[in-house]
Design a protein around this ligand. Structure first.
Ligand code: ADP
Ligand code: MG
Length: 339
């Protein structure tokens, strides 16, 4: 017996109590009703996940539910917004109750960790596809944006404590068969790919401190390019300062650098802050961890600085730890196929 559309919504995507006080009316009517807080602005973002393009069919449904919401929360984090509510539009090839139970479990576990309410959505038959829209709030005028980087600012990236960026790409390449890892290392990098941790608490702690921010979804160098273009500046990165996990550090140096700079799927925050604010930035990371006890711990690393734009030169310069220029063209990392 197959569950009908409305029974399915009731069973897997409706909960008796919304955790958010902003929800006046949740799932079940033509619209959800949200009550804005006086003096605050909405931050709104959508991200769609398509099977084969954004996730592999091998992913466990719990992890898919987590990741679909995580990549959306990551956009709120990059703006410094507090999560409030979200909608979920779902296309399903068939009604598979084990899949739906896992998906909703992974989704709601992360939703509860961030106090975001599912207030509506759409459910239809079709090739597996999840589209989430998130609504966050922040004090008017305080959003972290891409256009605020200033010459002389320091460039920072967040990373897991004891870990780095680029691990999700490492996992993807194991799935693709271009490289191999021992079983335990594979499970670790697979977690990085399938269970990204949105840096919501860090984004909030960086309000009023970071001058610009973006979340790293398409690769650090490419996503930095968005900040540079929007802010009208250039940047230099000390490539040897990029945080790299022990698993990525076991790879050849060229692979480490390529995956850290352009791996993609990292969902860390890349941000700029005044050059004399290192102590405040580190304190923001500590504050993020203390407001998120038991949650995944985050660290921040200073990896470069913002420079004046020179129209005749590339906007991004890469140096090694000894200050020597690295001949790695930014463009070459956009969609490179082999390490
Ligand atoms: P309508 O036809 O008016 O668009 P639907 O019949 O599609 O409404 O949906 C019924 C209710 O269930 C609506 O409140 C809608 O927001 C909600 N809903 C539908 N699919 C989902 C889902 N996957 N997750 C959460 N809420 C959903
Ligand atoms: Mg509908």
């Amino acid at each position: 017996m197959s569950l009908g559309e409305f029974d399915l919504i009731a069973k897997y995507f409706t909960r008796p109590q919304a955790p958010s006080g902003a929800t006046v009316l949740g799932v079940g009517d033509d619209c959800a009703l949200l009550q804005p807080t006086a003096g605050r602005q909405w931050a709104v973002s959508s991200d769609m996940l398509v099977e084969g393009r954004h996730f592999l069919s091998t992913v466990a449904p719990e992890r898919l539910g987590h990741k679909a919401l995580a990549v959306n929360l990551s956009d709120l984090a990059a703006c410094g917004a507090d999560p409030v509510a979200c909608t979920l539009a779902l296309a399903l090839p068939r009604v598979d109750e084990a899949f739906l139970a896992g998906l909703s479990q992974g989704f709601f576990a992360l939703a509860d960790a961030h106090g975001i309410a599912l207030v509506g959505g759409d459910t239809t038959a079709g090739p597996l596809n999840l589209c989430i829209t998130v609504f966050g709030e922040l004090p008017a005028g305080q959003a972290l944006r891409r256009d605020g980087a200033r010459v002389g600012d320091a460039l920072w990236v967040s990373h897991p404590v004891g870990g780095g960026i680029g691990d999700a790409r490492l996992a993807l390449e194991v799935f693709r068969g271009t490289l191999a890892l021992p079983g335990e290392a594979f499970e670790r990098v697979r977690r990085a790919m399938e269970l990204p941790q949105p840096r919501v608490a860090l984004g909030r702690a960086l309000r009023g401190l970071a001058t610009a921010a973006i979340d790293v979804s398409d690769g650090l160098a490419g996503d930095l390019g968005h900040i540079l273009r929007r802010s009208g500046v250039a940047a230099v990165i000390d490539v040897d300062a990029l945080p790299v996990s022990p698993d990525l550090a076991s790879q050849p140096l060229a692979v480490q650098r390529a995956y850290a700079l352009a791996g993609g799927d990292d969902y860390e925050l890349l941000f700029t802050a005044p050059a004399d604010a290192d102590g405040a930035v580190r304190a923001a990371a500590e504050a993020a961890n203390s407001t998120n006890p038991g949650g995944p711990a985050v660290a921040v690393r200073r990896i470069g600085r913002i420079e004046a734009a020179d129209p005749s030169a590339p906007a991004l310069r890469l140096l090694d730890g000894a200050g020597r220029p690295l001949a790695l063209a930014l463009r070459g990392f956009d969609h490179f196929a082999t390490p």
